[in-house]
Write a protein that binds this ligand. Sequence first.
Ligand SMILES: Nc1ncnc2c1ncn2[C@@H]1O[C@H](COP(=O)(O)OP(=O)(O)OP(=O)(O)O)[C@@H](O)[C@H]1O
Ligand SMILES: [Mg+2]
Length: 421
Amino acid sequence: MNKVYSDKQRQLLKLWQQHKLRRINLLEGSVRSGKTWISLVLWAFWVATMPQDGNYLMVAKTLTSLRRNCLDLLQTLVGKNNFSYSLSKKEGCLFGRLIYLEGVNDARAESKIRGMTLQGAYCDELTLFTEDFFSMLLSRLSCPGAKLIATTNPDSPQHWLKVKYIDRCAELDMLCMQFLIDDNPYLDPTYIANLKKEYSGVYYDRFILGLWKTADGLIYRQFADNPEHWMVDTVDKKQIDFISIGIDFGGNRSLTTFVSTAVMRNYSALTVLRDYHIAGRKGEIDADRLSREFVGFVRKLQTDYPDVYIRYCFADCAEQYLITTLRKALQQAGIPLPVGDSDKNPIVSRIICTNTLLNTDRLHLLRGCDLLRAGLEGAVWDSKAAEKGEDKRLDDFTSDIDILDAFEYSFERFMRKLVKT
Ligand SMILES: Nc1ncnc2c1ncn2[C@@H]1O[C@H](COP(=O)(O)OP(=O)(O)OP(=O)(O)O)[C@@H](O)[C@H]1O
Ligand SMILES: [Mg+2]
């Protein structure tokens, strides 16, 4: 490949040269299709032609994701001499222009931007912004010739960005350009083939086909259709790196659940070893019973896997008193296992991770894990939330969601090591 840009990317640059960019410029479509790359090239070229004393902003969901997705690449593209930045100062310098850096999730970002007059803004993963934040941002782009450049993957057809902006593109001063994986000639065909395998269902439609699709029906359809494919009778203990346990505490109507997951060497795969719930509802379970049953659960793992390191345990972080209770119980039992807080990853990220592991045959359930099996089979999207454009897992006590939470807590701390994308 000796061309500097793909045909699609060149098409965008041509629009810029012909002064056909609009006030809002959105690049949307499949993953890895070359949106971020060209959007940063365009942003850099454009900023370089705009007033030196203008205000420019780059914003993503968090500052960390801004750096990961954009800032380092921008630096590679234009060179360290032309772009430098400091995350602690939340500032960068692009061709001599001051660039403010912000994360939408930062509580102070909104009030800071509210007071600005902007010449230009760059938005990474726009569907993750709130509608209010975005409309406020647009209201700040008040200098003559001000522009916004954004990229995103598709979401639900009811998403505010689709309904209020993309579908009204013709009425608004807006350019929408769709990018598909096949528009990117720089990827290795084997890499593309593997990427396509990672996704299924609504995520295949969105991330591979680039379609705005509703999340409805079964979440793990592939599993529900043929659970036996992912069930195993044994696990090769020598291949286990360590065991991690997830705990979800019961509420008014839900059960307290434990799931122990074996993380295989080099984070190559997960094998769920055992699932468990404390039978009994509100009023029947006290701290003693919780401690007793959890210590029993860990002891059984120690007996069944004597040579394997039981390394982590992560529990629902909303229940700090219960976490303290468990720490004490383990200490008294002489078990050196730390109990940490569950991570705060959005449920959707955990679902995408589980789906990818299933699709690439990197998640297995040891026979007997019937609670988790039923949980995966029964998991469905919330159709009411879907009408509002939200991807939400149904949690109405008709399906065993608690076991899914416990399972996800057991691995979410190392999701990035398990799936790269
Ligand atoms: N013009 C180019 N020259 C060389 N490589 C490129 C070019 N454009 C894209 N690529 C390669 O393709 C990969 C994917 O591009 P990019 O990150 O822009 O995709 P994206 O559409 O933003 O994906 P996502 O939706 O996953 O964020 C890049 O990491 C890079 O390796
Ligand atoms: Mg991108």
